[in-house]
Design a protein. Structure first.
Length: 137
């Protein structure tokens, strides 16, 4: 399974005045876990060049916050591709501090390419095959 695990050391600057993580950082760390998954194969730009795409971008994102994350915590963000479709891939994430589930999240991404009428979502087949060769399944 295509899976990435990314540890995050939470610092004071990640927190809001209530001393808990400012929620946009959750989305930043989910995005980071996705890019961490691509890194062993050359990173985002490698796939753009190899597939002739503009980028692998977000079309939908969501999260459920289960318990607070605070300054000094070590957050373990795990992500994996949970669904492939012709023009999208869905990634599922969890964030844990120790044994505590801090958040669950999802991203839906597309491989954007230039079409006759602007940027459009391209086929994911080649991208899926490239990741499968490295990660299996």
């Amino acid at each position: 399974m295509m899976r990435a695990t990314n540890p995050v050391q939470v610092v004071f600057g990640d927190c809001d005045p209530a001393a808990i993580v400012f929620y946009p950082n959750i989305f930043r760390w989910m995005d980071g876990a996705f890019h961490h998954m691509l890194r062993p194969l050359g990173g985002h730009q490698y796939f753009c060049d190899a597939l002739g795409i503009v980028g692998i971008g977000l079309v939908e994102v969501g999260a459920r916050f289960r318990s607070p994350i605070r300054d000094g915590d070590t957050l373990l963000v795990e992500g994996h591709v949970s669904e492939w479709a012709r023009r999208t891939l869905t990634l599922s994430y969890t964030g844990r501090v120790g044994d505590n589930l801090a958040f669950e999240g999802t991203e839906v991404r597309c491989l954007f390419t230039r079409g006759e009428n602007g940027i459009v979502a391209g086929d994911t087949t080649d991208f899926r095959e490239m990741l499968s060769r490295h990660y299996g399944g």
